[in-house]
Design a binder for this molecule. Structure first.
Ligand code: AYL
Length: 541
């Protein structure tokens, strides 16, 4: 049995070795086996790189970061890009320069960008030319003065005062020997994505080289891995449609697949027709998806068995899939392919559990990955048994070091005896199969993206007429969930729900917008001041 006497659930997979490398050394380790293979290619423009080109350009970029921009070990650099083919080169280049990557969704508003620039203490930002205006606005609000690097995706001149990435990466005169001065070990930070976790505003999630390498190794177990070996005659093709700025895209699709020599087909703008055509054209055989994409791939008029003829593996993650949505998609494919599920969090780099190739249960997320223990606990953190519902706790080499500069949040989620509290409700059966039941934490997920209620509540409370605000998630057929807000108004003030909705819309990215706001006399709060979200849900939803 995978259950121990104490009520801990073990992984069924053989322990994996976590080599003492940096992430860039790990990704490039087998480079000489496939130098000419394509690393990335843009489905829209055909722009891309071979593995060897990517390695060389990425290191020249790294050397210039140290020489021209004085980047030093541990410095944080913000990457705010859609999935352009250069994205992996930039991440690995920053790391090779000793830096730490933090990523921002390119549709973020200046208000959202400036907060992360400040919190992460970013030394520079990499973005697209058409994002320079909003980035400059954010830099101004944050009272910073940091350089802006831009990716040239066409022949247009770049905005004045910015530096082109390709000038730094294609610089053949740069002296790469300066990279020998970089002192980074497996236990140093390399990635700082933002997550709100259980409660509150987004926090920097400190991930080390080891955290990410461990997770790449863990999901490469033959029972769950999607890949055949890259050889002279074979290369797997994965679609990189999930954003690299999110941990699912960067680690599961990016680093994990790159370490195995896979071709990544990138798409920088979501155009359903281009996306569906590319699946067939590039003979994509591996698809990492989230529920809204699976639904689109079922309903779109272009969706057909012909488009999906090369698929071998489709993996859902980041949010629960409705079983009938999975079945409808598979009936479009018309062949028996693998349909798996991954579960995890930004804080666990990200995968905690993944279904083995043999499991076809759309409500289950499989077993804990290698080197990973989990347990299901009650409110007092006492272990529960098979088929009982409780909070899922994780222990493993992929668990983050902690939230950046936030001992209070760390104390809430990291226990003294080495467990991480996910804030998710789950059950595990006698065979060690995990099912995620619900979210205990306040986090809302819209299309698989985090929408922290505290962030929207803070925006609403900035409105001159609002005295208090609460935001909860309500179920939505295609988005999974959508935020619903309640506000109390200051005496003598008035504001219509429509005005409040546009006030929020001006300040947050489109997927965080609220279109349902109710005005209440007061927001229900506990004696300690906590919003009683359950009461709001049961009374108004
Ligand atoms: P974050 N089913 C249900 N809920 C899920 C699932 C799933 N398969 N995966 C993630 N969640 C929810 O940080 C859960 O509430 O990372 C969890 O606490 O944006 C929260 O999402 C974490 O949200 C993969 C691919 C994990 C992706 C990921 C997750 C990255 C999402 C494993 O194979």
């Amino acid at each position: 049995s995978l259950w121990t006497k104490e009520g801990i659930i073990k992984s069924p997979y053989a322990r994996v070795d976590v080599p003492n490398y940096t992430l860039y050394d790990y990704v490039w380790l087998n480079l000489e086996k496939w130098p000419e293979r394509t690393l990335t290619v843009c489905a829209r423009t055909g722009r891309g790189y071979t593995y060897e080109q990517a390695f060389n350009l990425s290191n020249a970029f790294a050397a210039n970061l140290r020489q021209k921009f004085k980047i030093r070990d541990g410095d944080v650099i913000t990457v705010m890009l859609p999935n352009v083919p250069d994205f992996p080169l930039i991440m690995l280049g920053v790391m090779a320069a000793g830096g730490v990557v933090t990523t921002i969704n390119p549709i973020y508003t200046a208000h959202e960008i400036q907060r992360q620039l400040l919190m992460s203490d970013s030394k520079m930002i990499v973005t697209l030319p058409d994002k320079v205006n909003v980035v400059r606005e954010a830099i101004k609000i944050a009272k910073l003065n940091i350089p802006i690097i831009v990716i040239k995706t066409n022949g247009d001149p770049i905005p004045e005062g910015t530096v082109a990435f390709n000038e730094l990466s294609e610089d053949i005169h740069v002296d790469k020997s300066c990279l020998k001065k970089v002192r980074r070990t497996a236990n140093d930070l390399c990635f700082l994505p933002y997550s709100s976790g259980t409660t509150g505003l987004p926090k920097g999630v400190e991930l080390t080289h080891r955290n990410i390498i461990a997770n790449c190794q863990q999901i490469s177990d033959p029972a769950i891995n999607c890949n055949e070996e890259t050889t002279a005659t074979h290369q797997d093709v994965a679609m990189a449609i999930l954003p690299f700025f999110h941990i699912y895209g960067s680690v599961v699709v990016g680093f994990h697949e790159m370490a195995q020599g896979v071709k990544l087909v990138t798409l920088d703008k979501f155009q359903p027709e281009v996306y569906l055509q590319a699946i067939e054209k590039f003979k994509v055989n591996i698809l990492f998806l989230a529920p809204p994409l699976i639904i689109l791939m079922t309903q779109h008029p272009m969706a057909s068995a012909k488009v999906y003829q090369y698929l071998d593996h489709v993996i859902n993650g980041a949010a629960p899939i409705v079983a009938t949505d999975a079945e409808r998609f598979l009936s479009k494919v018309q062949r028996k392919i693998r349909f798996g599920q991954g579960y995890g969090l930004t804080e666990t780099a990200p995968v905690v559990a993944m279904s083995p190739k043999t499991l076809y249960d759309y409500n289950a997320v499989g077993h804990p990955v290698a080197n990973t223990d989990i347990r299901i606990v009650d409110n007092d953190l006492k272990n529960l048994g098979p088929n009982e519902t409780g909070e899922l706790l994780v222990r493993g080499p992929q668990v983050m070091r902690g939230y950046r500069n936030n001992s209070e949040a760390n104390a809430n989620v990291l226990t003294n005896d080495g467990w991480f509290r996910t804030g998710d409700l789950a059950t595990v059966d006698d065979d060690g199969i995990i099912k995620i039941c619900d979210r205990l934490k306040e986090l809302i997920k819209v299309k698989g993206f985090q929408v922290p209620p505290a962030e929207l509540e803070a925006v609403l409370r900035d409105h001159p007429a609002v005295s208090d605000a609460a935001v909860i998630g309500v179920p939505h057929a295609t988005k999974g969930e959508t935020p619903k807000a309640f506000v109390a108004l200051k005496p003598g003030f008035s504001a219509s729900p429509k005005d409040l909705c546009s006030f929020v819309a001006e300040r947050v990215a489109a997927y965080k917008r609220i279109d349902d706001i109710s005005v209440l006399e007061s927001i229900p709060r506990s004696a300690a001041g906590k919003i009683l979200r359950k009461d709001l849900k049961s009374k108004y939803c």
